[in-house]
Design a protein around this ligand. Structure first.
Ligand code: FAQ
Length: 310
């Protein structure tokens, strides 16, 4: 057995024994590459994800609502920072990752390419988007790479608050005037299907799943997580009087799962390839403010140079 094969075998044994892999440990090149891709994509999603909600800070309906929304958006920025740090443990810099995003070489979650048209969208994002993120990230908290798994633990706690504040907005609107109920239902209609797409393509078409599951980067499949989210969320929707916009939705008493209609995967790939409703707007905004903040980065490095010279 060659040294490479021997190392791979030992690595797999550690994974199978549920040991955490740490930055200085030996790892296959593809494990490293997959994690840089996934963690940086995750970090970019958190940062780009601040934009759709940022759109409503100045139009929040009360001071209380505004304070909650601001705190939530700041949390998402913080999640981006932990995640960039987790990816940096592989020796890739935050500047390189941001460059890859801006050059279209790295992705971010499809969900953030949809517009936020009304205040109810703040409810739908918190409840559905953060709700989907929790289901996905609770799984990632068990992943084999130590720094990523540990970042997920803290992030999941904060996402719990985000999900509940979103559900509170939806619940309040459903208890309000007919116009408010209509607004909440409209947000549900627009965000339901894109939220299901957040879990990625079906297992049969998921390019990375087999290898990622073998290495416990992902410990549950895209379809399994999507189903868990649907089972939880349909009950929550019915509880506050919302209709799930899926005529095929029905509960199967044998499997104890909600069966759902076909997902529009053409729409998903259109958005992922950069042609969704807001892709250009999101990237232009990111590039504009990144460039505007160049002086902050320059000042920070000048300060660092000064400190290390002393
Ligand atoms: N959007 O083979 P798979 C949040 C790509 S955080 C765009 O199944 P994988 C908090 C995928 O990269 C939300 N692209 O891939 C918040 C691959 O492309 P590639 C972000 C997608 O990695 C709330 C190709 O399709 N969360 O919401 C998407 O094994 C509110 C084939 O797919 C994470 O990033 C998508 N939805 O599984 C913030 C979680 N799905 O690279 C602000 C971490 C798939 O071959 C406000 N990521 N693709 O060209 C993951 O768990 C995984 O990467 C999956 C995809 C499950 C998303």
């Amino acid at each position: 057995m060659s040294t490479q094969e021997e190392s791979l075998k030992k690595f797999q044994q550690r994974i199978d024994a549920d040991e955490k892999i740490e930055p200085r440990d030996w790892m296959p090149e593809n494990y490293r590459k997959t994690l840089i891709r996934q963690i940086s994509q995750h970090a970019h999603s958190e940062v780009i994800g601040m934009q759709p909600e940022g759109n409503w800070v100045l139009r929040a309906p009360s001071l209380r609502a505004k304070k909650i929304l601001l705190a939530k958006i700041q949390d998402e920025g913080g999640h981006g920072l932990y995640l960039y740090s987790a990816a940096e443990t592989f020796g890739v810099s935050r500047a390189e990752m941001i460059q890859q995003l801006q050059e279209g070489k790295a992705k971010y979650s499809s969900i953030f390419n949809y517009p936020t048209l009304t205040w109810a969208d703040m409810g739908a994002i918190g409840w559905l988007v953060d709700g989907a993120a929790i289901v996905n990230q609770t799984m990632l908290a068990k992943c084999s790479y130590g720094p990523y798994a540990r970042a997920m633990l803290r992030i999941c706690k904060e996402e719990g608050f985000h999900q509940r504040q979103g559900y509170e907005i939806m619940g309040k609107m459903m208890n309000g005037t007919p116009a408010q109920r209509e607004m909440a239902q409209d947000a549900m209609n627009r965000f339901w299907w894109p939220s299901l797409m957040m879990f990625g393509p079906p297992d049969t078409e998921s390019a990375h799943s087999a290898e990622s599951m073998n290495w416990k980067i992902k410990v549950e499949s895209n379809d399994k997580l999507r189903q868990r989210f649907i089972d939880r969320t349909v009950e929550q929707a019915h509880h506050i009087g919302l209709t799930v916009p899926d005529k095929d939705l029905k509960f199967n008493k044998e499997t104890m799962h909600w069966e759902f209609g076909p997902i529009n995967w053409d729409e998903f790939w259109t958005v992922v390839k950069g042609n969704g409703p807001c892709n250009h707007q999101r990237m232009n905004h990111h590039i504009h403010y990144h460039n505007e903040g160049a002086w902050v980065r320059e000042a920070a490095s000048a300060y660092e140079r000064k400190i290390s010279a002393n």
